[in-house]
Design a protein around this ligand. Structure first.
Ligand code: WTA
Length: 583
């Protein structure tokens, strides 16, 4: 990696827990993701192979990616976007998603990517928190042969959130959409104007300048904007991908996540480009039009490393071995998984049927907040299915009890990180108190992950799951609070509680309990109406599996809903300590 100016200090912990890394250093992550390669043999190497769900495809060499990013950076500049601004990006899995992110970073502005599967209120509150003046979206995206009409959702969100002055719309699906004069512009039109010149200097940034915020669910309230910066995040994502997946020049790397989540930020966009590999990206559903879609693309494009989530593996596994067996998967040399603990059946299928017992599985444990892999094997590490094995270089994790003391081997406790690392979040956007409370109040000098885990006699870490009100649904991170606030925003609902319960395919599924407003009679369609309402406000992934109408919810005397109790009752487990339950 190249720096415009070397740092004076690697770690500044004088204002802990607000740690700073590579203080005094000047760089720009885009310089290392693109510019640096243009001086080498990689200039004409493919940076991105993209395949659309309908079967169309586009490729970009590093040279071409640089041209597109530079052009769009100039477009953003012409709209007054500058350092300190946050551009909201709400796109399907398209090359433009990557281009828009890199264009922001190139001019020193920050991006806030909102997952294309989120809906009106989720988008509106993120735009509001970031005070974005520019929104980048698309007319729609393809999923399971249908159009997801993103611009319609964006229009509704913009009506709730008037901060957006300019909305840039990528044409993808081509149906008629509403375009507001003076606010909405087609991406393609802007990119053909003289303002979109192909040359744009990369803005030098301080190591600690904000690269992006990414909203993620926490214990209470609204999603929080996790901040990552140019220097530390660049070093950490580059290093983790390089060593954990041993990436080489000839690799074709496929991270099957969405750039709208941290996995995509780090391992579709930044780390693969900084490492100079060829990334593969696919727009649509794994089973469209048939359950062999992924395996066919691996064969067609000679994918060498596949990195995905247990839920996707389980989803494909249920169609049987004959779909993958029909394809030559011999190009694969490594596999990876992330997002939730992987169950032994899924691990075994992934290892034997997909990897043909040739490809070690890198089970990577990490979080939006950590920026990159924290607990993970390397290709040479002896594996134990279901364990992310041991910490990455320089990462110091432990499993502790309420008094911050390490728990005995084999016992469950809180998973913590004992020392800072370069890829760590720097703060919660506009909310330093929340940063302290959420991550540092409980264990003071140790970072609280929110997960529970145990360590075995070999020091291998077995992550069990979230201990807080975060639910991982199909690997997606959601908060009970967001689902509940979507429910109570419906006029028929006065109170709501959401919990996660185990689900065969999704890992966890959301189940909700609602108290209706006085006078409202729930009919048999009510649950469906409320589910649709949550889908419309938050997104389809947040739709509860079941909605039960109740008269009361178990609460503590201070009025907090005891979700733990709801969960225990739903699972028929002991109710535990109920001394704080109100009469
Ligand atoms: C869970 C995703 C077990 C964990 C990168 C964590 C995992 C949360 C694993 C973060 C894994 C992630 N094994 N659990 N390999 N990877 N998790 O922020 O509960 O979307 O706290 O980041 O996912 O989710 P996030």
């Amino acid at each position: 990696m190249e720096w415009f100016q070397k740092w004076d200090k690697v770690l500044d912990d004088s204002d802990a827990p607000f740690y700073k890394w590579f203080v005094g250093g000047k760089t720009n992550i885009v310089h290392n993701a693109i510019d640096r390669h243009l001086k080498t043999h990689r200039k004409n190497k493919l940076a991105l192979i993209w395949v659309g769900e309908p079967g169309d495809s586009r490729t970009f060499s590093y040279f071409a990616l640089n041209r597109e990013v530079s052009k769009f950076a100039n477009v953003l500049k012409s709209m007054g976007v500058k350092k300190g601004d946050i551009v909201t990006i709400y796109l399907p899995r398209l090359p433009e998603q990557m281009i828009a992110m890199l264009a922001c970073a190139k001019i020193g502005a920050a991006h806030s990517v909102v997952y294309g599967g989120f809906s009106v209120e989720a988008l509106a509150e993120r735009i509001e928190d970031a005070q974005s003046r520019v929104l980048v979206t698309a007319d729609g995206g393809w999923l399971r042969g249908k159009i997801i009409a993103l611009k319609d959702i964006a229009d509704e969100a913009m009506a709730r959130q008037p901060t957006v002055e300019t909305c840039i719309v990528v044409k993808r699906t081509g149906q008629d959409i509403y375009m507001e004069a003076g606010r909405d512009y087609w991406y393609e039109d802007l990119m053909s104007l003289p303002i979109a010149g192909p040359i744009c200097e990369t803005e030098p940034t301080d190591a600690e300048d904000m690269l992006f915020i990414l909203y993620t669910s926490g214990t209470t309230g609204r999603p929080k904007g996790v901040i990552h910066t140019h220097g530390g995040y660049m070093v950490f994502t580059y290093t983790t991908l390089k060593y954990v997946f041993d990436v080489k020049d000839e690799d074709r790397w496929w991270c099957a996540a969405d750039p709208g989540w941290i996995t995509g930020h780090s391992y579709i966009v930044y780390a693969p480009l900084i490492n100079g590999v060829t990334s593969f990206m696919y727009e649509g559903a794994p089973t469209h039009p048939y359950p062999n879609r992924w395996w066919q693309m691996i064969e067609n494009h000679g994918i060498t490393i596949l990195y995905t989530a247990p839920t996707a593996i389980r989803g494909l596994m249920r169609f049987g071995d004959s779909w993958p067996n029909r394809h030559n998967l011999g190009s694969l040399r490594l596999l990876g998984t992330v997002g939730e603990p992987i169950n032994p059946e899924a691990w075994k299928w992934y290892y034997t049927v997909i990897g043909q017992e040739r490809c070690p599985i890198m089970d990577t444990w990490w979080q939006t907040e950590t920026g990159g892999f924290m607990i993970t094997p390397l290709p040479i590490t002896p594996l134990k299915p279901g364990s992310a094995t041991r910490p990455f270089f320089g990462i110091d994790v432990d499993v502790v009890d309420d008094e911050s003391q390490p728990v005995p081997t084999g016992e469950e406790g809180y998973l913590v990180v004992k020392t800072p690392w370069p890829g760590m979040l720097r703060a919660v956007y506009k909310d330093p108190d929340r940063y302290r409370e959420q991550y540092w109040d409980k264990f003071k000098t140790m970072y609280q992950t929110g997960d529970s885990a145990r360590k075995d006699e070999d020091g291998y870490v077995w992550v069990i799951g979230r201990m807080d009100d975060v639910i991982k649904v199909s690997g997606y991170r959601l908060g009970t609070a967001e689902v509940e606030s979507a429910l109570v925003s419906h006029p028929d609902v006065s109170e709501a509680a959401a919990i996660g319960l185990p689900h065969e395919l999704k890992g966890n599924a959301i189940h909700a309990y609602v108290i209706l407003r006085a006078g409202v009679e729930g009919d048999e369609n009510l649950a469906e109406t409320l589910r649709d309402h949550v889908g419309h406000e938050m997104g389809p992934i947040a739709k509860p599996e079941t909605i039960t109408v109740v008269d009361t919810l178990p609460k503590t005397r201070s009025g907090k809903i005891m979700r733990r109790l709801l969960k225990a009752r739903a699972l028929g487990l002991p109710e535990g300590d109920v001394s704080t339950l109100e009469e």
